[in-house]
Write a protein that binds this ligand. Structure first.
Ligand code: G6P
Length: 612
């Protein structure tokens, strides 16, 4: 969703800002804008893509060594040039960019209107910048103090950066509920809503905490205080990401690059956590909470989107391998349904970005009720990673494609490690079986590599079905969540309607849809209740449906029935979700490319959903 970039220092600001906006494009947005300070503040905004903004400012004077820039995903007011950020205060002396929502903006606006303020846009952001200006003038305080006083009056979430012509070498930034990262250069500062625009300039970063205000003056030390006026010492951390992880590296799209990174990302998720020789599994981040997990009355997994699908796989893993009861909930439902939560519950929150608003709110609710919260996040230092009591990072590296791929398989890998660790501790499975499972998990990256090598088969299947209007995905047991995830991938990026179902549920509705135009994807490995899935395939074929089946290599039974089969290597049942989801990612990708869809930035979607 909305993206923030800002710079103050001795370099030309605008190339840094535009490049930063490009790096943030993956988050999803519908307009963009930039303010640069050179004596006075010049602001330029456009509806649409950053490329359009770049075009628009080509002939403009954008000299200046301080500036702020923004990509906006509309919440208050339609996506147009007027509502795009940055927004000016009435005197045009202060310019602001803002992520989040000011919930009491209507009341604040009314007061300001009664004092003569006139508003150009429909945004809550313009209200905030005028509130700051009003306080600065009437209370005769310095700008950072005016910001502090204003933020004390604000209800809602914000990450803001402020540029003012009265302080040409300074930016003021603040956050509550919306992330902000400050990059510390030699004598300059970078600010962004995530680390992607900063990585190429510095690895030294400070993650601003909620209700903190930072004053960044070039050549001077970073100053941070809270909205309650308490000084804080900045905690400088090292970024682990590399620039190459933010580039396409020869692939046409980030999504394909990320699909092909999975042998590496899965290996990284397991690194140092699994030793198949000694039989040891350990997740450093949750060591102190293992007993809590083992004695939990139940584990509740909360997440959204693809992460929720990973959670569903987690339910099968924890119950099957570690015999611990699990419930999986959409964070957005959990937070509003007055759930029964006690101190004996452990909540596992799964999130790639670590910023999803519903997941964060669900965590806060569970925390208030006394539950222990464990996080599984990809982005280090993210809001969810910090809101949880403990957790394990997935270490998949930055995921830029909006449709999640490597983050999903990394989440399932971490959940698998957790389930195995708990089984090791509570003896839910015999030692020899445990060792077999561990060996199999250790060999997973090689098997993922084999799966990726489908020699154009998924592309061939994509060509055949690229023009259909509907797809059905069916699987059972561990593969029911895979069916859901396969369908989600297709609808996200190709805009084809797709549904995932437990295969046996087909008879309770979806079977009515099947005719000669309906492709049905089955996840049908020769494991578990394979014969039952074979019966479901027969039922589809009997109604002239088209069957694309993910099967275990060497399977001849399904091969004789299906229109297409995609083989995956033999493995344990509990690892099939990871292997089977990869051809489904590729199938969705190829269909989307053939339909000329914007694979990495599908319409209306955002990579990190920071509003509910
Ligand atoms: C958005 C993204 C999805 C993601 C979901 C949850 O909808 O487009 O890819 O699965 O948010 O995000 P999270 O960062 O919490 O995993």
């Amino acid at each position: 969703m909305c993206g923030i970039v800002a710079y103050v220092g001795y370099k030309k600001a605008h190339p840094i800002l535009i490049k930063g906006l490009q790096r943030l494009e993956y988050r999803g947005y519908d307009s963009a804008g930039i303010s640069v300070l050179n004596g006075k503040i010049s602001t330029f905004k456009t509806k649409g893509k950053v490329a359009e903004l770049e075009n628009y400012i080509k002939s403009k004077d954008l000299d200046g060594q301080a500036g702020i820039a923004h990509t906006r995903w509309a919440t208050h007011g339609e996506p147009n040039q007027v509502n795009a950020h940055p927004h000016f205060s009435q005197s045009k002396s202060i310019s602001i960019i803002h992520n989040g929502i000011i919930e009491n903006y209507a009341v604040l606006k009314e007061e300001l209107v009664s004092r003569g303020y006139v508003f150009e846009s429909d945004t809550d952001t313009e209200v905030l910048v005028n509130l700051i200006e009003d306080i600065r003038i009437n209370e005769k305080v310095l700008l950072d103090e005016a910001v502090r006083i204003a933020l004390c009056q604000v209800v809602g979430a914000y990450a803001i950066v402020i540029l003012s012509d009265e302080h040409p070498n300074t930016l003021i930034a603040a956050r509550k509920g919306s992330p902000l990262v400050i990059g510390i250069g030699d004598d300059d500062y970078y600010i962004a809503s995530d680390a992607t625009p900063i990585v190429e300039y510095t690895k030294n970063v400070v993650y601003l905490e909620d209700e903190e205000i930072a004053v960044l003056t070039r050549g001077e030390e970073l100053k941070i205080r809270t909205t309650k006026n308490k000084e804080k010492t900045p905690y400088v951390q090292q970024l682990e990401w590399n620039l190459s992880e933010l580039e396409k590296g020869g692939y046409d799209h980030f999504m394909m690059k990320e699909i092909y990174e999975q042998p590496r990302s899965i290996r990284d998720s397991m690194r140092g956590r699994l030793n198949p020789v000694t039989g040891n599994v350990s997740l450093g981040g949750i060591i102190d909470y293992e007993q809590k997990l083992l004695t939990a009355k139940r584990i509740i997994i909360i997440a959204c989107g693809t992460s929720w699908h990973a959670g569903l796989v987690g339910e099968y893993l924890f119950e099957d391998i570690a015999r611990i009861p699990v419930e999986v909930e959409y964070a957005s439902e959990f937070r509003y349904r007055n759930p029964i939560i006690t101190e004996e519950d452990v909540v596992i929150a799964i999130s790639q970005s670590g910023e999803t608003a519903d997941t964060l709110a669900a965590i806060e609710l569970a925390k208030q009720k006394g539950a222990t919260i464990i996080g599984i996040c990809n982005v280090v230092g993210s809001s969810i990673a910090r809101a949880t009591h403990a957790g394990s990072y997935t270490h998949a590296g930055p995921e830029i494609g909006v449709a999640s791929t490597k983050a999903f398989t990394a989440q399932v890998t971490v959940l698998t490690l957790m389930a195995l660790r708990l089984a090791q501790l509570n003896g839910a499975i015999p030692k020899t079986r445990f060792m077999q499972l561990l060996h199999e998990l250790d060999s997973l990256p090689e098997k993922v590599e084999e799966v990726l090598n489908t020699n154009g088969l998924t592309e061939h299947i994509a060509k055949k079905y690229k023009d259909v209007n509907n797809f059905l995905y069916l699987g059972r047991g561990y593969n029911f969540p895979v069916a859901l995830e396969g369908a989600l991938k297709l609808k996200e990026i190709s805009y084809i309607h797709a549904e995932g179902y437990p295969a046996a549920e087909m008879k309770h509705g979806p079977i009515a849809l099947i005719d000669e135009n309906m492709p049905v994807v089955f996840i049908a490995p020769q494991l578990g209740i394979y014969e039952k899935v074979v019966s479901n395939i027969q039922e589809v074929k009997a109604r002239k449906g088209n069957v694309i089946a993910i099967v275990t290599e060497g399977d001849t039974i399904v091969r004789n029935m299906a229109d297409y089969v995609i083989e995956i290597p033999k493995t344990e049942e509990y690892l099939v979700p990871i292997l089977a989801s990869i051809p489904l990612q590729k199938l969705a990708y190829h269909i989307a490319v053939l339909r000329n869809c914007n694979v990495d930035m599908p319409r209306n979607l955002a990579k990190s959903v920071t509003v509910e």
